[in-house]
Design a binder for this molecule. Structure first.
Ligand code: COA
Length: 260
């Protein structure tokens, strides 16, 4: 479908989802927010999918932000609805039971950085630029940017990016802990796929346990987080995959995990 705002394809157990509005640098309009929400819900429920890669189409951008043309005429009530629509979609990605890797192939600005930050891992091309430039539009981040950047990179970096609005390059984003890895642009796809394939081969229930512990643990007192971790740890002993992992180690062979 040529007019879909997304391109979706599978490579083995890895689902590739690309925002596909390259002539608008993949800006997020309401239809794209909804399409992303639907695509991730579908991927979460599809047992064949074990890891997801999210990227942007075209050579220039991951996502250059929320769609400024669409936002320009919103009323306050519509603005709040647009913000909530994006936040809900991004929270759905963040709380996915499967790992999501953002492949940052170019500009990740505003809603684009917010989208990358709700993913579980971020791998960036050395040509990428990231930032929260909303201040230059007389706006503030509205898809979780002030909150996720704060948790990811701390107060100093968050205030620098949001108050000044200037994009930073991938190397600085890496130094600040905003992206996990930076690779040469020519290697981005191969390196991302290697990472995603490793995740797709890992024990799905253990991946989910880690995602759940980290998602809930960051937001509660340590005693509560530790108790949740113990309960998730205990749950692993009910899985075939845990037996398989331990047996494979003892038999000096590669484990084959099946998600049971
Ligand atoms: N919303 C809507 N359209 C956008 C957009 C956005 N966030 N970002 C880029 N576009 C559109 C441009 O309007 C242009 O469309 P046109 O060809 O129909 O005029 C097209 O994408 C290409 O962008 P352009 O600005 O010509 O590319 P560039 O290489 O000169 O600059 C950027 C690239 C990323 C620096 C620049 O597009 C930019 O600053 N974008 C806005 C970033 C932003 O403020 N994001 C936060 C939004 S809250």
């Amino acid at each position: 479908m040529t007019d879909s705002p997304l391109l979706v394809s599978d490579r083995g157990a890895v689902r590739l989802i690309a925002v596909n509005r390259p002539d608008k640098l993949n800006a997020l309009n309401a239809a794209t927010l909804d399409a992303l929400h639907a695509a991730f819900t579908q991927a979460a429920n599809d047992p064949k999918v074990r890891a997801i890669v999210l990227t942007g189409s075209g050579p220039k951008a991951f996502v250059a932000g929320a769609d400024i043309a669409e936002m320009a005429g919103l009323t306050p009530v519509q603005g709040r609805d647009f913000s909530l629509r994006g936040q809900r979609m991004m929270r759905a990605i963040e709380t996915m039971p499967k790992p999501v890797v953002a492949m940052i192939n170019g500009f990740a600005l505003g809603g684009g950085l917010e989208l990358a930050m709700c993913c579980h891992l971020r791998i960036a091309s050395d040509a990428a630029k990231v930032g929260q430039p909303e201040i230059n539009l007389g706006l503030i981040p509205g898809f979780g940017g002030t909150q996720r950047l704060l948790r990811l990179a701390g107060r100093a970096a968050t205030l620098e990016l949001c108050l000044l609005g200037a994009p930073i390059d991938a190397t600085r984003a890496h130094q600040l802990g905003i992206v996990n890895r930076v690779v040469p642009a020519a290697d981005l796809e191969a390196e991302t796929m290697k990472l995603a394939e490793q995740l797709a081969a890992a024990a799905p229930l253990a991946l989910r346990g880690i995602l759940d512990c980290v998602n809930s643990g960051g937001e509660c007192a340590i005693e509560e987080g530790l108790a949740f971790e113990s309960s998730q740890f205990a749950l692993m002993f009910a899985t075939d995959d845990m037996r398989e992992g331990a047996t494979a180690f003892l038999e000096r062979r590669k484990p084959a995990f099946n998600g049971r």
